[in-house]
Design a protein around this ligand. Sequence first.
Ligand code: SF4
Length: 160
Amino acid sequence: MYLISACLAGKPVRYDAKAYHYDAIQQLIAQQLAITACPEMLGGLACPREPAEICGGSALDVLAGKARVLTRQGGDVTQAFISGAYKALELAQRHQVTAAVFKENSPSCGRHFIYDGSFRAAKQPGAGVAAALLLQHGFAVLSEQDFFARLADRKSTRLN
Ligand code: SF4
C-alpha cells in the first residue's frame, strides 16, 4: 500500500487550491493500492492558504522544536505542520504502508528538496516535516520523480 500526497492524486488541496493529475497514480488508487493524505490539511490548515516555508533549520529541527514553519506574512504554522505530520504517520502505520509518494519541494511533503525559507523560490536539499517524520520512523519515502523513475525501470525490465 502506498501513501500518496493528495495533491498528486488530483485533489485540489495545495495552498493555491490546485492539484496535479497523473494517470499512474489514479490507477493505483482505482486498484485500491494507495491511500492519499494532505498533511497540511490534516493539521487543520485551510485551502487555499498562504504558502509556508521551513525557517531557521531543517524539518527535524521543526519536529524537535528548534525551527519554525512560517507563512510569507510571518504567521507561525509550525504546530499545524507537526500535527499533520503525526496524523500522516498514524495513517501510514494503520494502513501498513510500504512506501510514501510525496510531492517534492513542499515544506510538508518534500523528499529531497524544500524551499529555503527566504520566500524567493530558492530550493535547498532537505525534506518536508511529514516526509522527515515518516523517514525517521523507517518508512520509504519517494518523491513523485522517484516513483515515476521506478515505474519506468520496471517497464523497461519487463520489455527486455
Ligand atoms: Fe498537501 Fe503535501 Fe500536497 Fe502540500 S504537497 S498540498 S501538504 S499533499
